[in-house]
Design a protein around this ligand. Sequence first.
Ligand code: SAM
Ligand code: SF4
Length: 318
Amino acid sequence: MKDPFGRNINYLRISVTDLCNLRCRYCMPKEGVSKTSHDDILSVEEIVEVARIFEGLGIKKIRITGGEPLIRKGIVDILQGIGDLEGIEDLAMTTNGILLKKYAKDLKSAGLNRVNISLDTLDENKYSYITRGGKLIDVLEGIQAAKDAGLVPIKINTVLVGGFNDDEIVDLVKLTDREYIDVRFIELMPIGEAIKYESEHFVSNQMVLEKVPQLIKVEKEDISSPAVYYKLPNGKGKVGLINPVSCKFCAHCNRVRLTAQGKLKLCLHSNDEIDLKDPLRKGQDIEKIIVDAIKLKPESHRLESGEYISKKMYQIGG
Ligand code: SAM
Ligand code: SF4
């Protein structure tokens, strides 16, 4: 599928739930996240059906996200259904890793290729603080379980939070030295909970290069990837820098998003959504709705001019 700006749309991110077993300070409020009624979110079968339609339209890569995807009932069935679609060449997941120990093997058998695991600190007290109660050991065991199950390459996503984890940059980069693990530093984006948080805690990714000057830039394997990659001399894994605000990657954007409520989002930073759930339930032509929607994909986001969206990160999936 080509959008009006000639970009080939071949990547779909599916959020399977708005709920989460953590409460990261920059992502979710401490309290007051209400459970959406069962009927308002896509069922397992509906998610697989929409994925199948997208596959028919040329989507080759799907990432499952959330909220926390591993707390979604039927997550293995969702993976199985999508894993069976022959046109999907890459099936990945973004997770906080807490439940990977329990699910890694089943997810791999169902067809999941690899995982991105979010981890902002290597200190257990700080982990508990930033996630409001999470246990670091669960994530570390989850990472091991993912490796054992062959969910590779493993990518660690670290949101850089000024005054919180900027003192751990060197230790996090070191994770890439002896193992085939990529660590990607993401700049805080002014979305939802983070609008206030961002103004107080934003640090530029450039700090990674300042703290670890020996990093060497490496060629991008995938032009549509938002990360710019580096390596330690002789390091096994890569270090990625993702600067969504200061360094736009819209020109190479190849993705669209589906929320747990069945809304199609053409740009992470736009409020515009196209409903697929009701038309799907009414038996309407979803393929046509998607093809028409792609014509509306904006050329670029306008974050730098302060146009922030009202939806929260945990409702879109990053
Ligand atoms: N719960 C899963 C997890 O944490 O990996 C998947 C959903 S989470 C919303 C996806 C990613 O978005 C995580 O890596 C998280 O750190 C990141 N994220 C959440 N809020 C963010 C913000 N305001 N700025 C940048 N990244 C953010
Ligand atoms: Fe949950 Fe992921 Fe948001 Fe943390 S970043 S609160 S783990 S959805």
